[in-house]
Design a protein around this ligand. Structure first.
Ligand SMILES: NC(=O)c1ccc[n+]([C@@H]2O[C@H](COP(=O)([O-])OP(=O)(O)OC[C@H]3O[C@@H](n4cnc5c(N)ncnc54)[C@H](OP(=O)(O)O)[C@@H]3O)[C@@H](O)[C@H]2O)c1
Length: 339
């Protein structure tokens, strides 16, 4: 690493520069390092997209002010630099920036930090699920969730808030223990993934969320076995171009990225396959509202398992991408405080 002069020439009328205080490492960052993620051209790579920081420069045409406490929505424009940096440059029209840079209405968020973007994606996904299925809420529904990663745990928080009972199934013990120890899930809400195939959990769930790193055929089969006849299988975990489920029926990558719903038949059961992708500014606003009004239901701060410095980041992220390191919950990078 060397020292570089600040790129003054990049400070245009259409530019917001954010100095992040905290950045989050997402599974998508690791996937982009080893090339196992299809990058959509309209929004660019995700590498370094979870952050909370201060606008330190706001061009005259941006609608922002220096000093604004902000976060990023990476689903709007590819004309931005990575969030894993001391400064992040976002360029766009006023309308684009209005979506891509989101004001944080919690002045104290840095005292007990949580990452707005992954929660906004969950808020978006559940809103889509209710829209697509014409359900007013999840009151009385049995929701099964595959994966107790950050996504699975936030789904559990929100589904419970909407009146559902939740059962989360996770392959490894580390994330199961994390969910229990942090009191994010109660003892009876978290199970080994192998239990999903037991009689007690087969044909039980009205909705099954599939939220692991990759929505493999095997995991989708497990989800479909857990589902009741007429249930919804909601695909949130990674899919790639050409993936289908049941094999040769629904194109699950398109279903997820274009947020559709499709009926399929699986071993004599009728299932609706649906999914969601990304989020909008209104999802951030709803995420902030939920967190402020229902802190007990949304203990998002408890998802943090570790904080590191930006200097430690390259080594750790390469280890995560290589499968040599794996931390439950969220690993956060805390920027150095200027002296
Ligand atoms: N649709 C969207 O808008 C959107 C937004 C954000 C993220 N996502 C997707 O959601 C995925 C999960 O995100 P996250 O933040 O929850 O990641 P995470 O915190 O890293 O958790 C990954 C989860 O996947 C499980 N897993 C990995 N490989 C598995 C396998 N072979 N079999 C069974 N379980 C496996 C892990 O279980 P173990 O503990 O056993 O390893 C863990 O529960 C991401 O990879 C991404 O594709 C989608």
């Amino acid at each position: 690493m060397g020292a570089h002069t600040f790129p003054q020439d990049a400070l245009g009328e259409d530019t917001v520069v954010i100095k992040p205080d905290y950045m989050g490492i997402c599974r998508a960052d690791a996937k982009e390092i080893h090339g196992s993620r299809d990058v959509p051209e309209d929004r660019g790579p995700l590498f370094g997209h979870e952050l909370v920081g201060t606008a330190v420069f706001a061009g005259a045409g941006t609608g922002f002010q220096e000093g604004d406490l902000v976060t990023l929505n990476p689903n709007i424009t590819p004309t931005r630099t990575t969030g894993f940096a001391e400064y992040v440059f976002v360029h766009g029209t006023k309308e684009q920036l209005d979506q891509a840079v989101v004001r944080v209405p919690e002045p104290d968020i840095r005292d007990d930090i949580w990452m707005p973007e992954p929660f906004a994606c969950i808020v978006h996904a559940l809103r889509k699920l209710l829209d697509l299925t014409n359900l007013p809420s999840l009151q009385g529904k049995k929701v099964g969730i595959i994966g107790a990663g950050c996504a699975g745990l936030m789904f559990a928080m929100y589904a419970r808030h909407l009146g559902a009972s939740v059962s989360v199934f996770n392959r490894g013990e580390t994330r199961r223990a994390f969910a229990r120890d942090q009191k994010i899930l109660a003892e009876g809400e978290i199970h080994p993934l192998s239990d999903a195939n037991s009689q007690a959990h087969q044909n039980q769930f009205d909705i099954v969320m599939v939220a692991p790193t990759i929505a493999t055929t095997e995991l989708l089969e497990t989800a479909a076995d857990m589902a009741t006849d007429g249930a919804v299988l909601f695909v949130y975990g990674g899919t790639r171009k050409g993936d289908s489920f049941p094999v040769g029926q629904a194109d699950i990558d398109t279903v997820r990225r274009q947020e559709r719903i499709e009926s399929v038949e699986y071993l004599g059961k009728q299932l609706d396959i649906s999914g969601a992708y990304g989020c909008l500014r209104e999802d951030y606003e709803e995420a902030f509202r939920l967190h402020a009004e229902h802190p007990h239901d949304f203990p998002l701060e408890k998802l943090t398992s570790r904080q590191i410095s930006l200097d430690d980041f390259p080594h750790l992220v390469m280890d995560i991408a290589a499968g040599k390191a794996d931390h439950p919950g969220k690993v956060l990078i805390k920027a150095a405080i200027a002296s």
